[in-house]
Design a protein around this ligand. Structure first.
Ligand code: 4AD
Ligand code: MG
Length: 487
């Protein structure tokens, strides 16, 4: 009761300006903290961008967002108390600083709003040219203004979720006793042997030095050899695992594949745990436990953002996330998977036969239509997988594993590694790979080799799953795709 009375007096004092408050000296409060506050009557200061403005001749209601939450705070402006000059600049997109009193909200929605006392406009946004007007922009249009799209509700939500996920990943591995191991971004080796790499060079393309046989002389290049941006940190990660026991990498990777699909970008982030003494079963257990941990962390931390995306884009998002959390992933071999696909009677665009590389349509059939559950496929034909995978006794398959998710297809690729020196060397020779760039990798098998396994999670693919976004270009702030590196 007394508290209420004091609050009432405090509010009167402020309203009648009997109490002198130096708003300029006030600390900015984040909107996320303010929306949960019930300290009504207290002076507050917020800074953010105007989302919408509506009202009448007497009063303006301005929704402000500062990026700390999907929710806006409503600022109530008594028009008579402010200069026309300032008020005209409070338009969608403008950046403003508001000092005023926190009051209980009259309308529905948030509990608190602000009665403005002082307004400063940091940056105007001319309504005639500011591209982000109220709502209804397509995701395609927003991709063209990637420099401004983080200011929309959708991208605010996606990029906050991206952050929560990154944090959860570090937290998971730290708790499990894994060490964060930094692998190089510029490398002389091709980890996947797929050949789609971006070259790194300081040579002048027009006047590059050449060798006697007319080829570019990379000996004269910056590193004295041919180098690329890495496609994976795995090979160096294995060196870490065979010394520290369990490591993970988390860094950017680059692939120059000219595949214009909704699931590929040329620059993406990969998380690659690598563990000594793990076999493929341990590896599958780790992948499943890891995915469930980080998904559940993000669902909790990013609850409001996920609810927003669920309502706007994908009404089954939350249901799908819960489904993955609450079900064991189905594990089966590639060969069993092929049999199911061959017998299912469905017409696929790409043919299904033993030895074929599975396409997204096949993976999604298994996950979405057949098992209706995440799937881990193992023991792939050796010819469609990388040289480092452990060879099975049948001479035909390797101990690889792919984790397949609904709507996404492959989200993780990994394997138990070939730890036998002779078998690995034979495979490298069979594939005509360059020993010049792999001698150091082979030495791990020569000295104190150990069984080990690991996998790579595509960070953006998991963000797609968590946000319901159906195009990978919408889960990374500045996507790199063929013919597109504008921002
Ligand atoms: O299956 P990948 O090629 O596996 C590796 O690179 C292994 N070295 C990983 C390991 O065992 N340590 O790639 C791993 C994951 C894929 O499952 C996919 O999620 C993602 O990386 N990925 C891509 N994501 C976006 N754009 C691309 N172009 C991607 N290529 C792969
Ligand atoms: Mg793969």
């Amino acid at each position: 009761m007394i508290e209420r009375f004091l609050c009432f007096v405090w509010e009167r004092l402020i309203n009648y300006e009997l109490l002198i408050i130096n708003y300029e000296l006030m600390r900015r409060i984040k909107i996320v903290d303010l929306l949960n506050s019930t300290k009504f009557g207290e002076p507050v200061c917020i800074k953010g961008w105007v989302r919408t403005r509506r009202g009448s001749k007497q009063v303006a209601f301005v929704a402000v967002n500062d990026g700390s939450t999907i929710h806006n705070i409503q600022v109530v402006i008594d028009i008579a108390q402010f200069d026309e000059e300032i008020l005209k600049d409070i338009t969608t997109g403008a950046c403003i600083c508001i000092s005023g009193t926190l009051v209980a909200s009259q309308g529905q929605g948030q509990a608190a709003e602000i009665q403005a006392k002082e307004i400063e406009v940091y940056g105007k946004a001319d309504p005639a040219v500011y591209p982000l007007q109220k709502k209804g922009h397509s995701l395609e249009f927003l991709r063209e203004i990637a420099h401004l799209r983080p200011r929309t509700n959708t991208f605010g939500a996606v990029f906050r979720i991206r952050h929560y996920l990154a944090f959860a990943i570090h937290e998971y591995f730290n708790k499990q006793g894994f060490f964060y191991f930094h692998t190089p971004i510029i490398t002389g080796s091709d980890a996947e042997g797929a050949g789609s790499m971006f070259q790194v060079s300081t040579l002048d393309l027009n006047h590059a030095p050449v060798t006697a046989d007319g080829k570019i002389d990379y000996a004269q290049d910056f590193f004295g050899k041919h180098t690329n941006l890495t496609v994976s940190g795995q090979l160096e990660g294995e060196l870490g695992a065979l010394a520290l026991g369990g490591i993970y990498t988390f860094g950017p990777t680059f692939r120059a594949e000219n595949s214009n699909t909704p699931r590929h970008v040329a620059e993406f982030w990969m998380i690659e745990p690598e563990v000594a003494f793990y076999d493929i079963t341990d590896n599958m257990d780790l992948a499943e436990d890891f995915l469930k941990y980080v998904i559940s962390y993000v669902m909790e931390k990013g609850k409001d953002d996920i609810a927003f995306l669920n309502n706007l884009y994908d009404k089954e998002l939350i249901e799908r996330l819960n489904f993955v959390l609450n079900n064991r992933f189905i594990r089966l071999t590639y060969t069993e998977g092929i049999e199911i696909l061959e017998k299912c009677g469905k017409k696929f665009e790409f043919p299904v036969y033993w030895g074929a590389d599975l396409q997204s349509e096949h993976e999604r059939f298994l996950v979405e239509e057949h098992f209706k559950c995440p799937v881990i496929l193992t023991d792939y034909p050796k010819d469609i997988k990388s040289f480092y995978m452990k060879q099975n006794d049948d001479g035909k398959t390797v101990r690889g594993m792919d984790v397949l998710f609904p709507k996404i297809g492959e989200i993780i690729g990994g394997s138990e590694r070939e730890s036998d020196y002779d078998k690995l060397l034979k495979r490298i020779e069979e594939l005509n790979m360059s020993m010049d760039s792999l001698w150091w990798y082979l030495e791990t098998r020569k000295f104190g080799t150990a069984p080990h396994a690991g996998f790579g999670l595509g960070f953006e693919r998991l963000i797609m799953f968590l946000t319901g976004m159906s195009n990978i270009r919408d889960v990374i702030p500045f996507p790199r795709t063929p013919k597109n590196a504008e921002f």
